[in-house]
Design a protein around this ligand. Structure first.
Ligand SMILES: Nc1ncnc2c1ncn2[C@@H]1O[C@H](COP(=O)(O)OP(=O)(O)OP(=O)(O)O)[C@@H](O)[C@H]1O
Length: 879
């Protein structure tokens, strides 16, 4: 055991200080042993020699075909006659004694079997421990603790060499300490004797076996670990000491071997496999580490590399002593060892001093650091003032940004709201278009067999949930129900509105109507009798509308018609008066109100004076000739409903009453020919005066007009619903005459509009035959759907039979719908009306419709109750 002089130790300590925390390469030493007696007796030649302290040379250069280099250079090479002490002192000592300065270290012995690994490591271990003991003795100011532990890895099993228990040790990874062997025995070294005792024990415990090459061949990897802790004695027990803690590993690897060379078998062969495999892993790790610490390093492929991981490129100083046999027979194994050594010398580690602070020392240090930081914060330095100003500025910026955020949020919400509105609008339009396309594309209905469209505009103008969509869009059964409900609803509204309208119209002193339309409120006649023309005026387009409002460009709406303009005409003072019912308003109307009409001065040649009813009628008839264009009647919007008819009717009746009240006398009616070969008397414009004396004439006239109306309905493609309502409501009573006349007049007008060849551009005409045909087609489709809903299966079968529709034929309901109102034969008409009435539930409303429409407005003094039996029977035949 070599003693370490004080001078030498100081040199090491300086060196440790320089190297601590810095990267350094593994120290590679090569030791060439002499030929063993066996090799000598076997006439082995020594092909390897150390030509200097760092180079080993292969001198059998005559060997042909060799591609290996002849000289290998390392940190230090030792000839066969070198003692282990020299190997230690000139090579391993520096690494081994790093532990005294708190730096981990490891010394490996790597080489083929019988190359002298154990021989070398036993010596190095003892020299190192001896030096450590000397170091301890030389540093009495410090307190040292030296712990000894030893393990072996045998067939990939880790065993505690200080324990007689062969229980394998568990290996786990500690985040701070790295790989840790659980329950590993650690003996605190007392003295040299104690060390020798332990080493002997380990040697006895280690797996050793006889092989062909080595009588005492190590069959396991052995690691002897010395852990050294040191603290300055002056701080011990005061809680503020710091401790240096480090370990040094003495690793005696099992020797790589060739089975053929060692002639091993059985247990030895198995041992050799494990040995070679683990050494191969070690070689791989070293080779990868030699190329840099990039990528995955397979430490975990063997217990050996896992345990030695900190020593291989980690926090440790490492020395590898590669032992060689010079014998020619081992040349390949020797070259392999040299290749390993070459790789190892490229591997770098980064060792640093391991200082363990006591808890108290750690707390004290942290408190000191905290006090320093608090002092900096409390110091009213100039810099702090700057911070205050900076903080204030930042606060202002934050406040400003908050404002901007709030404003932007508002704008965003507003924009989102607008987008939603827009999307809703676009969505509705899209739905409308799609629905229209569906209707247009549906070829299931024979257009040629269609007659007219449903009262579709009712939906459009009265359903608050249906704003601007295609009126013909009844998408499902619910819609069909809604359709029927709306009919009734609208009819109720119609009744009240008609009455109010009749009472309310007034004109100002200039002869112009004060009934200004509220734009967009074209609800007056459910889109049939009114429409919004290009001038945004609500116009009555009822063909039977005899009101000379047209000539006056009088505009009106329901909103304004609900207010009656009263008060002094001179002052123009107006008073809003709630609308009254038609019945009580017309006969007993205050003179003051009716005098409002006196100043009316109708337009030139086309107008008439209230004092000249004859001329007025004539003019009106002439006006009607032009109304097709001026009124902008739409086929869809015009004759589609009984409501339309009623509205126009009331206008006409109102004027007649007006004339009578204003003139105060019967006007002599000069029967001038009208456009439609009618005059006032012909159309029964004042039936209350005529009818009493001519009941029989009226009966004949009604029959004639009824036939004429039915034919016009057919040729003008009037909606079936309208036809049904009209047909069933007006059955020949004397009071019906006025309605019959109005219907005739507007149908004649419509027909003329449809078939006027002079219309240069039919597409520009709002009223076209095509539109009416399409509308009628939609109405028939609607009736088809209602058939499914209104009629039971049995009823449908019965009706199909009655109508000559084969029960096995396809699309029976469509066939029936196409046949309804398809000709003008009276029996056919009655049957058609009966079916349609069922479908639209006319029978449930019955005559109440007529009352609701205000159709019983005829003055009580002249009510004829004569009825035609045929019309009675029609209603009675309703299913
Ligand atoms: N440098 C040396 N000088 C003299 N004898 C040596 C030297 N090295 C080794 N020997 C001898 O060689 C034999 C084998 O040595 P050793 O057991 O140390 O080899 P090994 O590499 O450990 O073998 P194994 O791997 O099989 O355990 C021993 O008898 C040993 O005394």
């Amino acid at each position: 055991m070599g003693a370490i002089g004080g001078e030498e130790l100081s040199k090491w300590e300086k060196m440790q200080g320089v190297t601590s925390g810095c990267e350094e390469k593994i120290l590679v030493l090569v030791r060439l042993r002499p030929l063993s007696e066996k090799e000598i007796s076997g006439n082995e030649s020594a092909d390897w020699e150390c030509i200097n302290d760092t180079t080993v040379f292969y001198r059998n250069t005559l060997r042909e075909g060799s591609t290996f280099p002849s000289a290998y250079t390392f940190d230090r090479v030792f000839r066969g006659d070198c003692a282990t002490k020299q190997v230690y002192e000139e090579g391993a000592r520096e690494i081994a004694l790093s532990v005294v300065g708190g730096i981990n270290s490891s010394i490996f012995a790597y080489g083929q079997t019988s190359s002298g690994k154990t021989y070398t490591m036993v010596g190095i271990t003892e020299y190192a421990v001896a030096d450590i003991f000397d170091y301890i003795q030389m540093h009495e100011e410090r307190a040292f603790v030296l712990k000894f532990s030893a393990i072996e890895i045998y067939n990939e099993i880790v065993r505690d060499l200080l324990s007689t228990d062969n229980t394998p040790l568990r290996l786990r990874d500690d985040p701070e300490k790295g790989p840790v062997l659980e329950k590993l025995t650690e003996e605190t070294l007392q003295d040299w004797g104690h060390l020798k005792e332990l080493l002997s024990f380990c040697e006895a415990q280690r797996q050793v076996g006889e092989t062909y090459l080595n009588e005492k061949s190590s069959r396991s990897h052995q690691i002897i670990r010395l852990t050294m802790e040191s603290s300055a004695k002056e701080f011990l027990g005061k809680g503020n000491s710091t401790t240096l803690s480090a370990s040094v590993n003495f690793v005696d690897l099992a020797g790589s071997e060739r089975a053929s060379q060692v002639s091993s078998a059985g247990v030895r062969l198995k041992e050799g496999c494990h040995i070679n495999r683990s050494l191969l892993t070690l070689s791989t790790v070293i080779r990868k580490l030699s190329k840099g610490k990039h990528g995955h390093i397979n430490y975990r492929d063997s217990k050996l590399t896992r345990i030695l991981q900190p020593c291989l490129g980690g926090n440790a100083r490492t020395a590898v002593v590669c032992t060689l046999s010079p014998a020619r027979s081992h040349v390949e194994q020797t070259r392999n060892t040299l290749l390993f050594a070459c790789c190892a010398k490229e591997v770098t580690t980064k060792a640093q001093v391991n200082v363990v602070m006591s808890d108290k020392a750690l707390v004290k240090q942290l408190q000191k650091e905290l006090a320093r930081l608090e002092g900096e914060l409390k110091t009213p330095a100039t810099a702090n003032c700057d911070y205050v100003a900076l903080l204030r500025k930042k606060d202002q910026q934050i406040e400003k940004m908050d404002k901007e955020i709030r404003e932007l949020t508002k704008q965003r919400d507003l924009a989102e709201s607008r987008i939603e509105d827009l999307l809703r609008t676009v969505g509705k339009e899209q739905i409308s278009k799609e629905e229209e396309e569906i209707w247009e594309d549906d070829s299931s209905v024979s257009e040629s067999s269609s007659i007219c469209g449903p009262n579709t505009r009712i939906r459009e103008f009265n359903n608050p949930h249906y704003n601007g969509g295609d009126s013909g869009s009844y998408r499902d059964e619910e819609d069909l129900d809604e359709y029927c409900k709306e009919v009734r609803c609208v009819e109720l509204e119609e009744s009240s509105r008609d009455n109010s309208e009749y009472l309310d119209p007034s004109v100002n002193d200039n002869g112009d109507s004060d009934l200004t339309v509220s734009e967009g409120e074209n609800v007056s006649d459910h889109g049939i009798s009114t429409r919004l023309n290009e001038d945004n005026r609500d116009e009555h387009v009822m063909s039977g509308n005899m009101s000379n409002h047209r000539n006056l460009n009088l505009t009106r709406s329901w909103s304004c018609s609900r207010y009656r303009m009263t008060g002094s005409p001179e002052t123009g003072e107006m008073e809003r008066t709630p609308a009254n019912g038609f019945e009580k308003g017309l006969p007993g109307r205050p003179d003051g109100l009716w005098r409002k009409f006196n100043p009316l001065n109708y337009d030139g040649s086309k107008s008439f004076s209230r004092h000249d009813s004859q001329s007025s009628i004539e003019s009106q008839s002439v006006d009607d000739e032009h109304r097709g264009n001026s009124m902008g009647i739409s086929g869809d919007e015009d004759i589609t409903s009984i409501h339309t008819f009623v509205a126009g009717m009331k206008e006409m009746v109102k004027l007649e009453y007006e004339k009578q009240f204003v003139d105060g006398q019967d006007q002599e009616t000069e029967r001038k020919p009208m456009k439609f070969d009618r005059n006032v008397k012909d159309v029964g414009i004042d039936p209350m005066l005529e009818a009493p004396g001519t009941p029989f004439d009226w009966s004949l006239q009604f029959k004639r007009q009824q036939k004429e109306i039915i034919e016009l309905w057919q040729s003008c493609y009037v909606p079936l619903t309208h036809r049904t309502y009209f047909f069933l409501l007006f059955r020949g009573e004397q009071t019906d005459s006025i309605y019959m006349e109005v219907e005739l007049r507007r149908l004649c007008f419509l027909k003329e509009t449809f078939f006027d060849e002079n219309q240069s551009d039919r597409n520009s005409q709002p009223i076209t035959l095509t539109k009416s045909v399409k509308a009628l087609r939609r109405e028939r489709e609607m009736l088809v759907k209602l058939m499914q809903k209104r009629f039971s299966e049995e009823e449908r079968k019965r009706i199909f039979k009655e109508w000559g529709i084969g029960l096995n034929s396809k699309r029976r309901r469509m066939q029936l719908a196409n046949r309804l109102w398809s000709n003008t034969d009276m029996n056919h008409v009655m049957q058609s009306a009966a079916v349609v009435a069922r479908l639209v539930r006319f029978s449930e409303q019955g005559r109440a419709l007529k009352e609701m429409f205000g159709l019983s407005f005829t003055p009580q003094l002249t009510r004829l109750t004569r009825r035609r039996n045929s019309w009675k029977s029609t209603r009675a035949s309703l299913p």
